[in-house]
Design a binder for this molecule. Sequence first.
Ligand SMILES: O=C(O)c1ccc[n+]([C@@H]2O[C@H](COP(=O)([O-])O)[C@@H](O)[C@H]2O)c1
Ligand SMILES: Cc1cc2nc[nH]c2cc1C
Length: 366
Amino acid sequence: MNTFTISALDTLVNEKVKAQIKETIDQKTKPLGSLGQLEALAFQLACVQYAQTGQLKIQADKAQMLIFAGDHGIAQHGISIAPSEVTSQMVLNFINGGAAINCFCRVNNIDLKVIDAGIKLPVTADHANFIVKRIAAGTNDITQRAAMTIEQAERAIQYGAEIVQQQITNGADLMAFGEMGIGNTSSAAALLSTLTGEAAELCVGKGTGINNEQYKLKLTLIKQAIERCNRTQTQAQSQSQYQTKKTPIETLAQVGGFEIAQMVGGMLATAQAKKCILVDGFISSIAALTAVSLYPASRDYMVFCHKSEEFGHQLIINKLNAKPLLDLSLRLGEGTGAALAVPLIRSAAEFYNNMASFSQANVTPV
Ligand SMILES: O=C(O)c1ccc[n+]([C@@H]2O[C@H](COP(=O)([O-])O)[C@@H](O)[C@H]2O)c1
Ligand SMILES: Cc1cc2nc[nH]c2cc1C
């Protein structure tokens, strides 16, 4: 089992330092609170920076986008607008620079890497932006059996952590988590329902844009997967005299995905390194919820970049008490919402680091 050492920001940033950060923000040449949500963002960035380096100058230049790709057995039922083959085709598109996320990373100076976490059809590409960390050729159909073994879930978490640790060694300041995987909104919805106990109806959405008939089938299949998961007794559960809940790792193995599990490991490694985790849409957020279920302190390092159109996303946002930076009706994934939020994050860092205070600018304090 992977273990991480993750400290809550409250234990690393004392009240005096927090007051100093707040004072720095309040003394900038502007009416109090007038930079709105950017002020809360700057406060979080400064706390994370202090926890990491003991310094108060925020570093947010080097942003790293990681796109984890994986396939899903449940996709064979036609619950997406596209077949699983499209996952591999899009992976090649990412490698070749042709997808939406490539455009947003290019224009915002974000380095991009694509990870094959377990796509159905492996792609052959020898490119510095492509990392192969395959667990298997897609997960099992979660309506019939566990998506993966516990060993595979743990290995995926380990791989995700190793990928992030390498990027941190290379100097990344911000770590953004995107994904690609036909069928992964089904897996994410099943995870959301099993982790939180919320009804499937509140967790399932239309993903890539399926029609009403496909939606009905998707909901039925996800309910089947959730019931199967709840029926499946783990060894620990059957040996206990009490009714015990599955652990988040067991739930991940039952209904998760390889790309989701690798994102969980990557997010935990980012929090362990005391760097900011940029969370994208629905699937990235379910990885965040799983990470927080495992290590609650990891929440402190997360920036929720946008609110996805996917129906269940608001539920995750509420559970994690988050206030996403953007609301652009996106439902693409790939890390697109996170990439679009990077300029806002850098802007928050820039005003915190370099905007003049009232005394520096000789402006009468208000
Ligand atoms: O991140 C989101 O909010 C999001 C919402 C809807 C769809 N997606 C993307 O669409 C794919 C999953 O949709 P589906 O219909 O195949 O389950 C996967 O590649 C995701 O990146 C992503
Ligand atoms: C074309 C396409 C691109 C995507 N990017 C993320 N999910 C996707 C799903 C499809 C179908």
